[in-house]
Design a protein. Structure first.
Length: 110
């Protein structure tokens, strides 16, 4: 796989791909969409596909992502009872669960 990352024009880049910060959100949204779509497929919910829209909430001091808002569109035939199950499941998925915690980051330079 080849993935391109870049900075926006305003940050001095060529806007040729998502920024590294945006990739964190992309990973979270992709994890969520993939797992939820698999759940829906396994249960035969087929009135539409799963899609995820992402909003990054940036904060300063230090500059970082303060939060992610993931809006999930589900197939229309998903029952209300399954929506709550899916939300609980989503919070336990690897990427969102990692971002909700405080993962250790070790940086070594040689």
């Amino acid at each position: 796989h080849v993935m391109t990352t870049d900075m926006s024009f305003s940050e001095g880049g060529k806007d040729g791909g998502p920024s590294p910060v945006e990739f964190m959100g992309v990973a979270s949204g992709a994890c969520l969409a993939t797992m939820v779509q698999a759940y829906c497929d396994a249960r035969g919910y087929s009135d539409g596909d799963v899609s995820v829209s992402l909003t990054l909430e940036l904060v300063e001091n230090p500059n970082r992502v303060g939060g992610f808002v993931l809006d999930v569109d589900l197939p229309k035939d998903v029952p209300e009872g399954d929506k709550e199950k899916l939300k609980k499941m989503a919070l336990r998925m690897p990427v969102p669960a990692t971002l909700r915690g405080e993962p250790r980051v070790d940086i070594e330079m040689y």
